[in-house]
Design a protein around this ligand. Structure first.
Ligand code: GCW
Length: 722
C-alpha cells in the first residue's frame, strides 16, 4: 500500500516534469507554475512588496486576477497591498492614485496613452528599481495587469521593462449568433452559453470566466444575440436578463449590445409599420432605447442586419440603409450608444455578381451615416471563405466609419473539427494594401481609422464559444478567440506573435513544444485553403450547413447559393470571371489593383480562380497546367494535415494525455475530411477537365455518386429554416 502510494507520487512528479499543459477546458488564463527557478525568483522579488488599489470594481477585478496569477505561477497564497514606502517593489494604480513622487516619473508617458492604454515601466526610485503599472483609466490598469501576467506566463523578465500600449481600435467586439432557444447559428461548440431561462437569478459561473478571458485580450463589448434577430430580446423580461449579464461583465470593462430586429416596432410594439421615417416608429425606438438604458446605463447599442437574407429593413418601406441606420443611431445617441449596421447584403432580385452588391449598395451613401454609426463589413465580399481578397468597400468610403467583421467560428473551415489557426487569415486581410494612397493604405489603416481620421473605430468577431467544456469545440479554437482579441487590440500584431503567446500561455514555454507547434499553427490556414478551395476557388461547400464538399450543387432557388455559381467549371475551364470581360467586380478596387487583378498573368495565383475563368491547360507559374495544379494543391493540403498529425504525435510528452488524445482524434478526422474534400472535388471537376490525375495524387476511394449521396441533415450550426 505504502509502496504503491510512493510510486504514485513518484509517477506524478516525473510526469509533472515533462507535462506542461493544463486540461483543454482551461483557457489561456490558467496560470501554471513557473518552473524556471531563476525566473520565478525574479517574479517573487517583484511581488514581494506591492501596492495596489481596490477602489473600484474594475480595480478589484485586477487585484483578483493578480491574486490568481500569483497563486498559480508562484504558489503564493495571498497578495496584499502594502502601503507605498521606500521598500515597495511594484505599484499597480491608475494615474490619479499614483503617489506624487512616482507620478512625476511616468506622467509624460501616461499622458501619451489613449484611453484604456497602459504603461508598465521599471523606474529608478530612491536608487531602487520599482515596477510601475499605471494607466489613465481603471480599465487600463486591468488591461495592464493582464499584460503583466501574460509576460509572466511567457516567463519573460520584468526588470528593465518599458511597455506602452494603447488599443488601436475603440470597439473590440464579439458577435454571438446565439438564439433565444440557445441554439447557435454556425455554432459548433454546443449550445449558447447564455442560459436565458435561468437568468437573471441564476448566474452561471462561466459568465465571469468569459468576462475574464475577454478582458485579458482587450475585448470590451459583446453582442449577445444573433444578427438574424428575435425581437423578444427587447422586451422587459429579457432586458432584465441582459442586465444581469451586463452586471457581471461591467467589472471587466465589457459592455453588452443587442441585435435589433428592424420590424420590432410591429412585432412587440403593436405598430403597423417599421418605416424608419414614420414618427411613431422613431418614437418607439427612442422609448425602447431609453427603457434599456434605464436598466443598463452602459448599454453599448445595437447591431443590425437589415434587408439581407430575408431580414426586414428600411428597404421594405422604400427607405435606405442610411435612413435605417441613422434613425437607430439617433435613438442611442443621447445615451452615448452606437449602432453597428451590417453591410452584408445581397439580393435574390439582383442578377449581378454577389461579390459586387454590398459595394454597389453602400458606396453611394459615403458620408451620410451619423458619427455614432459603424458600418460593419465582412473581411471579404462573399462570405468568410478560407481565402478571399479583402472587401472592396475597405478604402472606398473615406467619409464612412467602417468596422471589420471577422468570423471566428469556422462555418466554412471545417467547423470545430478542423485545426485552423485563423490569425493568419486575419493578418493577411489586415495587411492587404487597398492602393487608395500612393504610399500604401492597408485594410488595417482603414479599420483603425488612421487613413480617414474616423471618430470611432471597431472590429467584430463572430464568436466560436459554446457550452462545450473546452468552450470552443476544438480546444485549439481557443487560439482563434484569443488571436481575434489580440488583433482587435492591435491590428498590426502578427499571427506569429499570437501563436507564440497563446501556446506559451496555454502549454508552457518548453521550446521543444513551442517551436514545432508554432509552425503547425502558422501552416494550418494554408492547409485548409489547399484541401478545400485552392487557387481562388470559393463557396463550394455543401449547401445549407456548409459541411464538406458540394461543388456539384446547382439546383437551389437563389443562384448565388449554388457552388456551381462560384466555380463555373465547364469543358473549357474553371473559375469566376470577375475581370472586365466578366462581372467586372475588379473595377470596385483601386485602379492599381483592378488592373493587377484584372489580368490572370498578374493576379496572385492564390486568387486566380476568384477573378478568372481559365482553361484547364492554362499554364501556372511553375509550368504545371491548371488542372494538374489544382489536383496537386488538394494533395498538398492533405499532406499538410498528415504532417500536422505527425507533429502532434511527437508532442505527446509535453501535453496532458487526455488533451493530447482529444486533439489527436480531431486531427484524425481532419485528415479523413481533407481526403474527402480532395477526392470529391477532383472527381467532380474531372468530369469537365477530362484529364487524368497527375502523379502524386492517389485515385479516389469512392465514386462521385457515392460522395454526392452523402447527406447530413443534422450537421450542427444550421438554421432550422435553411
Ligand atoms: O455566413 C452567412 C451564414 C448565415 C449568416 C449570414 C450573416 C447569421 O451562412 O448563417 O447569418 O452569413 O452573416 O448574416
Amino acid at each position: 500500500m505504502h509502496m504503491r502510494f510512493m510510486y504514485c507520487i513518484l509517477f506524478a512528479l516525473l510526469h509533472m516534469g515533462s507535462v506542461s499543459a493544463s486540461g483543454s477546458n482551461d483557457l489561456w488564463i490558467t496560470y501554471r507554475k513557473v518552473e524556471d527557478a531563476k525566473v520565478s525568483s525574479e517574479y517573487r522579488h517583484v511581488f514581494s512588496n506591492i501596492h495596489f488599489s481596490y477602489k473600484s470594481p474594475i480595480l478589484r477585478s485586477a487585484a483578483e486576477e493578480l491574486q490568481l496569477g500569483v497563486n498559480g505561477m508562484l504558489g503564493q497564497n495571498k497578495v496584499v497591498s502594502l502601503p507605498f514606502s521606500d521598500t515597495t517593489t511594484m505599484v499597480i494604480l491608475p494615474q490619479k492614485e499614483l503617489p506624487d513622487s512616482l507620478r512625476s516619473l511616468v506622467s509624460m508617458e501616461l499622458d501619451q496613452l489613449s484611453k484604456d492604454g497602459f504603461l508598465i515601466k521599471s523606474v529608478s526610485y530612491k536608487k531602487r528599481e520599482v515596477l510601475v503599472l499605471s494607466a489613465q483609466t481603471d480599465l487600463g490598469v486591468l488591461y495592464g495587469t493582464f499584460h503583466l501576467l501574460r509576460k509572466m506566463q511567457m516567463n519573460l523578465p520584468l526588470s528593465k521593462t518599458a511597455i506602452m500600449e494603447s488599443p488601436k481600435i475603440d470597439f473590440r467586439i464579439l458577435n454571438h449568433w446565439d438564439n433565444l432557444d440557445r441554439t447557435v447559428e454556425r455554432g459548433y461548440a454546443g449550445f449558447s452559453i447564455w442560459n436565458w431561462h435561468k437568468l437573471p437569478d441564476y448566474k452561471d459561473p462561466r459568465y465571469k470566466e468569459y468576462a475574464r478571458a475577454n478582458a485579458s485580450i482587450g475585448i470590451n463589448g459583446t453582442v449577445l444575440t444573433n444578427v438574424n434577430a428575435n425581437a423578444l430580446v427587447l422586451t422587459p423580461s429579457y432586458i432584465e436578463k441582459v442586465r444581469a449579464l451586463a452586471e457581471i461583465f461591467r467589472p471587466y470593462g465589457i459592455r453588452v449590445y443587442l441585435t435589433a430586429r428592424f420590424s420590432a416596432p410591429m412585432e412587440i410594439g403593436g405598430l403597423e409599420t417599421a418605416d424608419p421615417l414614420d414618427q411613431k416608429v422613431i418614437s418607439w425606438w427612442k422609448q425602447k432605447t431609453a427603457d434599456i438604458y434605464k436598466e443598463i446605463p452602459d448599454f453599448g447599442g445595437f447591431l443590425i442586419k437589415a434587408n439581407s437574407e430575408g431580414q426586414p429593413g428600411p428597404q421594405n418601406y422604400g427607405r435606405t440603409h442610411v435612413d435605417g441606420a441613422n434613425m437607430m443611431a439617433d435613438a442611442v445617441a443621447p445615451f452615448g450608444g452606437m449602432v453597428m449596421w451590417r453591410a452584408f447584403v445581397y439580393s435574390d432580385q439582383d442578377p449581378t455578381d454577389r461579390a459586387k452588391q454590398a459595394y454597389s449598395e453602400f458606396v453611394p451613401f459615403d458620408g451620410r451615416f451619423r458619427d455614432n454609426v459603424l458600418v460593419q463589413v465582412k473581411n471579404g465580399a462573399i462570405d468568410f471563405q478560407p481565402r478571399e481578397p479583402f472587401h472592396p468597400m475597405f478604402g472606398a468610403m473615406p467619409s464612412t466609419q467602417l468596422m471589420m467583421e471577422f468570423q471566428i467560428t469556422q462555418e466554412y473551415l471545417g467547423f470545430s473539427t478542423h485545426l485552423v489557426f485563423l490569425p493568419k487569415l486575419f493578418q493577411e486581410v489586415l495587411e492587404a494594401d487597398t492602393y487608395r494612397r500612393e504610399q500604401g493604405a492597408t485594410v488595417a489603416n482603414v479599420v483603425d481609422g488612421s487613413l480617414h481620421s474616423n471618430k470611432i473605430t471597431g472590429m467584430a468577431g463572430v464568436a466560436n464559444i459554446g457550452t462545450d467544456l473546452n468552450w470552443t469545440g476544438h480546444p485549439f479554437g481557443q487560439a482563434n478567440w484569443y488571436g481575434y482579441g489580440r488583433m482587435a487590440w492591435d491590428p498590426y500584431t502578427t499571427a506569429e506573435t499570437i501563436a507564440d503567446e497563446w501556446l506559451k500561455m496555454t502549454f508552457g514555454t518548453n521550446p521543444k513544444f513551442i517551436e514545432p507547434m508554432t509552425k503547425l499553427l502558422l501552416d494550418s490556414r494554408e492547409a485548409v485553403v489547399n484541401y478545400m478551395t485552392p487557387l481562388g476557388l470559393h463557396h463550394i461547400m455543401d449547401t445549407g450547413h456548409h459541411y464538406g464538399p458540394g461543388p456539384w450543387i446547382g439546383n437551389l432557388s437563389r443562384p448565388e447559393w449554388n457552388p456551381t455559381y462560384y466555380h463555373r467549371a465547364d469543358s473549357l475551364g474553371i473559375g469566376f470571371d470577375r475581370s472586365k470581360s466578366g462581372s467586372n467586380a475588379t473595377a470596385q478596387y483601386a485602379p492599381a489593383l483592378s488592373e493587377k487583378w484584372g489580368d490572370p498573368a498578374t493576379t496572385p495565383e492564390e486568387l486566380l480562380l476568384w477573378f478568372h475563368h481559365l482553361p484547364w491547360d492554362y499554364e501556372l507559374k511553375n509550368g504545371n497546367i491548371l488542372w494538374n495544379g489544382i489536383a496537386l494543391k488538394y494533395q498538398e493540403g492533405v499532406d499538410q494535415v498528415k504532417r500536422m498529425g505527425e507533429t502532434w504525435e511527437k508532442m505527446e510528452p509535453y501535453v496532458e494525455s487526455s488533451y493530447h488524445q482529444e486533439v489527436a482524434m480531431l486531427l484524425g478526422i481532419q485528415l479523413k475530411e481533407s481526403q474527402w474534400w480532395r477526392d470529391a472535388c477532383l472527381l467532380y471537376f474531372q468530369q469537365f477537365s477530362k484529364r487524368p490525375l497527375p502523379k502524386g495524387v492517389p485515385e479516389p476511394t469512392k465514386t462521385l455518386e457515392e460522395f454526392k449521396s452523402l447527406k447530413f441533415p443534422f450537421a450542427p450550426g444550421i438554421r432550422p429554416q435553411w
